[in-house]
Design a protein around this ligand. Structure first.
Ligand SMILES: [Zn+2]
Ligand SMILES: [Zn+2]
Length: 487
C-alpha cells in the first residue's frame, strides 16, 4: 500500500497562517481527516483544522501540547466519524524528517488515536516554504505501531501543488528525447509533471489523444480505464487503432502504442478494462493524482464529479456537441474544456450531465434499444456525430488545462471554463469560481469513503464487453490448437 495526504487549498492556507509564525517559532495543531482507499493507495483527506485554545499548547523552542488538547481533538474526531491528524511546523524548507522528540510524540499517540477512531494517526510537518511531509502510524501487531512515510502530499486548489517524498519517489533522470520539452519550463517543473499519476477515463477518440500527448511529455505513470472494444466505426478517430484491432479492448490497443512512444525512462501504462462506475474501476481511479474525463455518459461523469470533491482528485473534463439539421447540414460544433474541484464549478453546475439521466442509466435504460428509440432524434444520448479534428482540439484543450494547473506559468493556474465554437472560430472563456448555491457537491469536500452515497454499481454493458472478448480469445486459442493438430 502507498500513502498520501490531500489538503484543499483553503485548509492549507489556514494551516500556513497558524503554523508559520512571524517570530519563527514552531507551532502545532490537530486536524480531522477522512479516508480515501484506492486500489494501491490510501489517502488521508484533510477536512478541517482543530486549532488550539488558550492554554492547550506551549510554545518554547519545540512546540508541545497538553493532554487536554489531544483529548478534545480526539473527541471531535470521534463525534464526526473522522480520523485524527497532528500537524506541526519546522524552521527549514522542503520535505521534513522527524526529530527524536517528534518521533516519540507521534508514536505515543498512535494507540489511543487508533483506539478511538479505528484508523491510524497521521502526522504532518510543514516546511517554511509551504511544503508538507506526512506519515501514517499503522498498527502492525498487538501494541506495536510503525511509521509509514507518504509518497506525496497534495494541495488541491486552482493549482495542484505536490510535495514528493524524494526517498520514495525521487526526481527522475530525463532522456535526451525530452530536451526541448524541458527547455520550455525547466527541470523542476518537468520533475513534478513526470511523477504525477495520471488517470484517463474513457479511451475513445479524445482519451487516446490525451494518452499519446501525456506519454510523449514524459509522464511516467498512466492508468487507462475503459471497458469498451474497438469498433470499425471508431477507426476514423481512435488514435493507434487499425482494422486488425477491431474487437480488441481499447485500453490494450492504446497502452501497447504509448509504451512504444513514451519518453520517460521508467514508463508504465496500465490497461484496466473497467468502467469507472464499477467498484474496481472506481478504486483504480482513486490511486490517481489527476484524472482526465473523456467519457460521454452521465453516470460516469457523475462519478467523476463525486471524486473531484469527495476524494480531492482534480478532474479535467471535456466534451463535444455537434448539431446537424434534419437534412444533414452542419449547424454547429462546440467543444469545452474545464477542470472541476473544490475551488471551481462542478460538472453538474456546468450542465455537463443531466442528473436525471444518471438514474435512468443506472437502471440500464440507456443501453435498452426500445428506450433509446423512444427518445427524440436531437436527444444528447442519441447524438454521435464526431470528427478526428474535433477530438484533437478537445484533447489539446484538456491537456493545456492540465499543464496550466501543474506548471502555473506566471502564477496562472486556473484559466477558466473554455468553450470553442467551430462555426465562428471563437472561444468563450468564463472564470471558474465555484458551484451554484444549492449544489450539494461542495459539502462533500474531503469526505472520501465516509459520505452517505454509493456511486458505483453493476454495469451490465461493461460485463458483456469483457465476456465477448474473453469468448473470442478462447475461440482463437481453440482454432490455433486445432490447426496445429490438423495442419
Ligand atoms: Zn518537529
Ligand atoms: Zn456544483
Amino acid at each position: 500500500m502507498n500513502y498520501s495526504v490531500a489538503i484543499p487549498s483553503d485548509i492549507h492556507k489556514q494551516a500556513l497562517e497558524h503554523l508559520l509564525r512571524k517570530d519563527g517559532q514552531e507551532n502545532l495543531c490537530f486536524a480531522i481527516w477522512y479516508p480515501s482507499i484506492g486500489r494501491n493507495r490510501e489517502t488521508a483527506l484533510i477536512r478541517e483544522l482543530i486549532l488550539p485554545e488558550k492554554g492547550e499548547h506551549v510554545l518554547h523552542k519545540n512546540a508541545g501540547f497538553l493532554p487536554g488538547y489531544f483529548e478534545r481533538a480526539l473527541s471531535i474526531a470521534s463525534s464526526k466519524n473522522a480520523c485524527l491528524a497532528f500537524m506541526h511546523s519546522h524552521t527549514s524548507p522542503g520535505w521534513q524528517d522527524m526529530s527524536r522528540d517528534d518521533f516519540f510524540a507521534e508514536l505515543n499517540h498512535a494507540a489511543p488515536t487508533r483506539g478511538a477512531t479505528r484508523f491510524p494517526l497521521v502526522g504532518l510537518t510543514l516546511g517554511t516554504d509551504g511544503a508538507w511531509s506526512a506519515r501514517f502510524w499503522e498498527k502492525i501487531k498487538p501494541r506495536t505501531y510503525e511509521r509509514f512515510w507518504c509518497k506525496t502530499v497534495r494541495i488541491i486548489g486552482d493549482a495542484l501543488n505536490i510535495t514528493f517524498n524524494e526517498q520514495l519517489l525521487p526526481k527522475p533522470e530525463f532522456r535526451r528525447e525530452l530536451e526541448r520539452t524541458i527547455s520550455a519550463w525547466g527541470e523542476n517543473k518537468q520533475a513534478d509533471l513526470a511523477r504525477i499519476q495520471v488517470g484517463i477515463i474513457g479511451v475513445g477518440s479524445v482519451g487516446s489523444m490525451v494518452a499519446e500527448s501525456i506519454a510523449r511529455m514524459g509522464i511516467a505513470n498512466i492508468k487507462l480505464i475503459d471497458f469498451d472494444s474497438v469498433e470499425l466505426v471508431n477507426l476514423d478517430r481512435l488514435l493507434h487503432a487499425t482494422r486488425e484491432d477491431v474487437g480488441k479492448s481499447k485500453v490494450n490497443v492504446v497502452a501497447r502504442a504509448i509504451r512504444k512512444n513514451a519518453t520517460s525512462t521508467d514508463f508504465t501504462a496500465e490497461s484496466l478494462e473497467y468502467s469507472v462506475v464499477e467498484e474496481d474501476g472506481f478504486r483504480e481511479a482513486l490511486d490517481c493524482d489527476v484524472i482526465f474525463s473523456c467519457v460521454d455518459r452521465p453516470w460516469a461523469r457523475s462519478v467523476l464529479n463525486f471524486i473531484a470533491y469527495a476524494h480531492l482528485i482534480p478532474i479535467i473534463d471535456g466534451g463535444i456537441t455537434v448539431s446537424v439539421s434534419p437534412k444533414g447540414i452542419l449547424k454547429g460544433a462546440d467543444w469545452k474544456a474545464h477542470i472541476v474541484g473544490p475551488t471551481r464549478k462542478c460538472l453538474e453546475c456546468l450542465k455537463q450531465y443531466d442528473p436525471g439521466l444518471v438514474s435512468v442509466e443506472r437502471e440500464g435504460y440507456l443501453d435498452d434499444p426500445t428506450y433509446i428509440s423512444s427518445l427524440p432524434d436531437e436527444h444528447p444520448i442519441k447524438r454521435n456525430e464526431n470528427v478526428f479534428a474535433f477530438s484533437l482540439s478537445t484533447a489539446s484543450m484538456q491537456i493545456l488545462q492540465f499543464l496550466s494547473m501543474v506548471i502555473a506559468p506566471q502564477d496562472i493556474s486556473n484559466i477558466g471554463e473554455q468553450n470553442y465554437h467551430f462555426v465562428t472560430g471563437c472561444m468563450d472563456v468564463k472564470e471558474s469560481e465555484g458551484c451554484n448555491e444549492d449544489c450539494p457537491y461542495p459539502s462533500l469536500v474531503s469526505q472520501g469513503d465516509r459520505t452517505a452515497f454509493t456511486v458505483t454499481g453493476r454495469h451490465i454493458k461493461a460485463e458483456e464487453a469483457r465476456k465477448v472478448r474473453l469468448n473470442a480469445s478462447i475461440l482463437k486459442k481453440l482454432i490455433f490448437k486445432i490447426s496445429n493438430i490438423f495442419p
